[in-house]
Every structure is written in C-alpha cells, then in structure tokens.
Design a protein around this ligand. Structure first.
Ligand code: SPV
Ligand code: MG
Length: 298
C-alpha cells in the first residue's frame, strides 16, 4: 500500500520558515491572483501587506480599511495559493481584546501568522511623516502579545511582534528593550523596522541581539544592501513588502496611457498576459471537467 503523503499545516510551514537556520524570504501580496503569482515564482510564504492591500483598494494605510474588509481579502488569498500567509495586522485594530478576536478569525480562515506593531490605532505607514507616528506604551503592547498567544488554538500559529522604535526615532536602546520585552511576552519572532537608506540601524541592533528569537526585517529603503549581508547578520526572514503592488501600478499606468494615446489596443498583445493565461490562473479547466461530469449532455 502506498503511504499517504503527510500534509504539513500552513502554520507549521510558516513556523519552520521563521525558525529555520537560514535566511528566508517573503514577498508581498495584496490580492488572490498576486498570491498565486508569488507562489508560482517559488516563494515559500507571503506577506499580506497592509500598505499594499490598502493601495489596491484605493485607500490610505491608516486603518481606513476595517479589519473585516482585510479579512475578506485574506480569505481570497488563502483560497488562491498553497503557501502560508503572514498577515500584517497593523497595531491590532484596537486593544488586546480586538487582537484576540483577530487571531481567532485568522485561524478560522487559514492564515498562518499575524504581525502586530507597537504603534497607535489608527496607524500611520512607517514611511510617512505624521503627528500620529508614535509608539504605544510597551506594557500595552506586551498585553496584546500575551492575549494573542493565549487565545490561539494551533500552537504553531506565529505571532510576530514588530517594533517601530527606529521609525519613531527612539533609537537602539528602546528597540532592544522593547524587542526583549516582546520576546519574553511570547512573540515567536521580532520584526525590527527601519526607514533609513542603509542597514546601519539593523546592523547595530543585530550586534547587540543575543536572544534566541528570530529577527525579521523589511529592507524597502535599504534595498541596496546585498542579501548576503542580511545572511551574515543572522536575519531569519527578509520581507519584500510592496513590490508586487508597485510593479502592477507601473505596468497599468503604462498600458492605460498607451491605450488612451492611441485610442486603440493594437500592438499591445505582447506586453500583456494572454486570456489563456488568465483562465489558467483561475483554474478554468477544473470547471470544464466538472461541467462534463455534472451538467446533462447537450
Ligand atoms: C506593509 O507592507 O504594510 C508594512 C511594511 O507594514 S511598511 O510599509 O514598511 O510599513
Ligand atoms: Mg503595514
């Protein structure tokens, strides 16, 4: 008898990815087709970016989307791919109680992990200068982490705690102090965010980080730092946080302008995916087979 292949849960796969001894990579997705493309490219996991989901829906990254509207996007993404999704849950959409409800709903819908950041609600994107760019109290955030860990049903569901200490210019001491407190509260990994154009804040953080807890980074602004440098520093996960939405916006701008300028679609076919490719991505073939099986013969 053939052995039944063991299916590893998505939560376990994300946990393995985060705790593996080598540097791993997550790419942003903001909708279902994007999630499928990221999977087909070879990635083992997805970052469901708050910025990118907001942008795709034409709103700002200031919790203008309600958490249930985010959940609806996530549900389509889960259905469209077979790789684990780490959800950008901003500051948790409220206090510890909102975080608990969020974790329960994410688990129910097949998401593999949640990242929350130590900022206020509503949040402001880390790259925007704003009066609202402030840290929450460390103890308030510790409570959110504990509440999330206490409520999760699957012990492999990952809770990533993100500190915005560098973003809010509180410096290395505050970043380290908060990261340790978040680890002690039960976080499975710490995301240390930086918005300067080189990796020096991350390098100084890693020099002092002697806790056995994975570190995650988002090198959007220090994109010139080679990945080998992150590997040398011992970074566990690198998140490419907004590159699919930026790629699609650029291409859509180009195509919209070309069609507007020429009032024609002539000559565009080679720049676009074919309809056949769209149908493949939608699994259209499965429906054709099901029609043959279930519809009466013509
Ligand atoms: C996101 O992708 O929404 C993030 C990363 O949270 S950042 O935009 O850098 O804050
Ligand atoms: Mg975000």
């Amino acid at each position: 008898m053939n052995a039944v292949p063991k299916i590893i849960k998505k939560t376990t796969r994300l946990k393995n990815l985060i705790t593996s001894s080598k540097t791993e990579f997550l790419l942003e997705s903001h909708n279902a087709i994007c999630a499928k493309l990221v999977e087909e490219a070879g990635f083992s996991g997805i970052w469901a970016s708050g910025l990118s989901m907001s942008a795709a829906l034409g709103v700002r990254d200031n919790n203008e989307l309600s958490w249930t509207q985010v959940l609806d996007q996530l549900e389509f993404m889960v259905d469209a791919c077979n790789i684990p999704i780490l959800v950008d849950g901003d500051s948790g959409y409220g206090n510890f109680n909102n975080v608990r409800r969020l974790v329960r709903k994410l688990e129910e819908r097949g998401l593999a992990g949640l990242c929350i950041e130590d900022k206020l609600f509503p949040k402001t994107n880390s790259f925007i200068t704003s009066k609202n760019q402030a840290l929450t109290l460390k103890q308030e955030f510790v409570g959110k982490i504990k509440a999330a860990k206490d409520v999760q049903k699957d012990s492999d569901f990952c809770l990533v705690a993100r500190t915005e200490a560098f973003i809010t210019e509180h410096g290395l001491g505050e970043a380290l102090e908060r990261a340790i407190a978040y680890y002690e509260a039960g976080a499975d990994a710490i995301l240390v965010h930086s918005r300067i154009s080189n990796a020096s804040e991350i390098e100084s953080f890693m020099k002092h980080w002697d806790v056995n807890c994975p570190i995650i980074i988002v090198p959007t602004t220090y994109h010139t730092t080679p990945t080998t440098q992150f590997e040398k520093l011992g970074i566990s996960v690198v998140i490419f946080a907004n590159h699919m939405i930026r790629a699609s916006v650029k291409k859509m701008q180009e195509v919209a302008l070309k069609i507007w300028d020429s009032k024609s679609i002539y000559g565009l076919e080679n720049e676009l995916v074919s309809l056949k490719e769209l149908f493949r991505l939608q699994h259209d073939e499965e429906l054709r087979e099901a029609e043959n099986k279930y519809l009466p013969a013509a």
